[in-house]
Design a protein around this ligand. Structure first.
Ligand code: ADP
Ligand code: ZN
Length: 221
């Protein structure tokens, strides 16, 4: 099963994708995490991605698509995946459809997690992330039990370099200009469900799982 999570930065894609992937026993692939990992390792890919990420811009499609297709070909993805943060442009969506079609596969569900821009600005401003397991926290909305320490793995929490006001604005602009057209693209295929991304984490997760379980006739699963 292939599920795409679509949503603006700060919509909660990462948190929800991790939980839902565990529940449905699918691999969780987050292109943002892959780029940050490559940066930490200091690879050529990481250095290239850094130039764009620092400015809140998208990493070029060519680089991103190649990295993603390589990743979904790995053994742990055989049962299906949740894609978190990919595709983010029409060209990426088309490249993914084409690659899956070549293997007689297709995307089954697209979950669009919708959150208002004012709420997104608030969330991204106070975001802290675990260095070890990537769990996100929020100063106000979902603080860790101990300041600066991850509840799940005791890892150190840090603030992403691109979670500063100017870059947050740029990322939201990029979302509206380049990623929002995908809502239309996937609506036309009948695969998209819009989920309200505001409210309690458990409620939102339930909305997502309901959307996946319900499905729609005529889809391959
Ligand atoms: P967020 O959704 O909060 O912006 P991500 O971790 O998904 O966080 O992405 C961080 C950055 O990584 C993006 O701003 C972009 O520069 C880069 N990135 C991640 N996924 C993609 C993608 N599919 N295409 C291009 N760039 C990407
Ligand atoms: Zn952790």
């Amino acid at each position: 099963m292939y599920v795409v999570f679509l949503g603006a930065p700060g919509a909660g894609k990462g948190t929800q994708a991790a939980e839902v992937a565990k529940e449905l026993q699918l691999a969780h692939i987050a292109t943002g995490d892959m780029f940050r990992d490559a940066q930490k390792k200091g690879t050529a890919l990481g250095m290239k991605a850094k130039e764009y990420m620092e400015k809140g811009q998208l990493v070029p499609d060519e680089i991103t698509v190649a990295m993603l297709l390589e990743r979904i070909g790995q053994a742990d993805c055989a049962q299906g995946v949740i894609l978190d943060g990919f595709p983010r442009t029409l060209a990426q969506a088309e490249a993914l459809d084409k690659a899956l079609a070549q293997q007689k596969k297709a995307i089954d569900y697209v979950i669009y997690i919708k959150v208002a821009d004012t709420e997104l600005m608030k969330r991204l401003g106070g975001r802290w992330i675990c260095r070890k397991c990537q769990t996100p926290y929020h100063e106000v909305a979902s603080p860790p039990k101990v300041k600066g320490v991850c509840d799940k793995c005791s890892g150190e929490l840090y603030q992403r370099a691109d979670d500063v006001p100017e870059t947050i604005k740029a990322r939201l602009g990029v979302f509206h200009a380049q990623t929002a057209p995908l809502i239309d693209y996937y609506t036309k295929t009948g695969k998209l469900t819009e989920v309200n991304g505001e409210g309690g984490m458990t409620d939102i997760r339930k909305r997502i799982l309901d959307a996946i379980k319900k499905g729609k006739p005529g889809r391959n699963r």
